[in-house]
Design a protein around this ligand. Structure first.
Ligand code: ADP
Ligand code: MG
Length: 209
């Protein structure tokens, strides 16, 4: 795991978000202000523009570098939240982290998002995907699961929990202004987080990053 790994994951997440841009825009138009995908793609484009710098770093500094760029380019509610995710991960990760180290780093990132957004599970946000994934990741690492099993399981957990946001009542963020009318739509941040998790797992499963 190094800056090249980080950039390979960014590329994978970027491609997936681009491929689902219209869908994410519609979700945020339904229960937000429609800018979530624009915010994310602006950040992804900025990260792509600093490829050489990110790739030259070790794992944690590459995450920190990416985090700073995300903070200055993404905006909205999600910019500071993804910044917290990346810096939270960077604090606990080391270059030679295996499944166990990476699970702890991911959990620390999710914890940082929770502190920043003052949200846990059930508010119809990205946390409804991030928390269950972090919990399963930690449990699998504790059970000494193989990397391959982890990379197959986490996207399943992410998808199941992303879909579950459809019936939830939003109590945080812009969608909460809609009250009961927020039900019946998947949360855009849950969908974007799930897509990024799926893309990153698929990329890591390919190896050579
Ligand atoms: P904004 O709502 O300011 O327009 P974005 O459109 O970029 O910001 O992001 C919206 C997404 O951010 C939501 O779909 C939700 O998943 C997530 N979100 C909003 N508030 C919070 C929060 N307090 N904690 C966690 N996630 C949140
Ligand atoms: Mg928005």
């Amino acid at each position: 795991m190094n800056g090249k790994t980080v950039m390979a994951c960014i590329d994978a997440a970027h491609a997936s978000l681009k491929g689902h841009a219209d869908e994410i825009a519609s979700l945020d138009q339904a229960i937000g202000d429609g800018d979530h995908i624009i915010n994310l793609l602006r950040g992804m484009d900025a990260l792509t523009g600093m490829r050489a710098q990110i790739e030259a770093e070790a794992f944690a500094p590459a995450l920190k570098l990416a985090a700073t760029k995300v903070l200055s380019t993404v905006g909205g509610s999600s910019g500071p939240l993804f910044f917290s995710m990346l810096t939270g991960m960077a604090k606990t990760s080391t270059d030679d982290a295996g499944v166990d180290g990476f699970a702890r780093a991911f959990a620390a990132g999710v914890e940082a998002v929770g502190q920043r957004g003052k949200t846990r599970i059930g508010s119809k946000t990205m946390m409804d995907v991030l928390i269950p994934v972090a919990e399963r990741f930690t449990a699998m690492a504790d059970a000494l699961a193989s990397t391959q099993d982890v990379l197959e399981e986490l996207p399943r957990i992410a998808e199941e929990n992303m879909l579950a946001t459809r019936d939830m009542l939003a109590t945080k963020g812009r969608a909460s202004f809609l009250g009961e009318r927020s039900r019946g739509h998947i949360d855009p941040g849950a969908r974007s987080s799930q897509l990024m998790i799926e893309a990153v797992c698929a990329r890591l499963a390919q190896g050579d990053a």
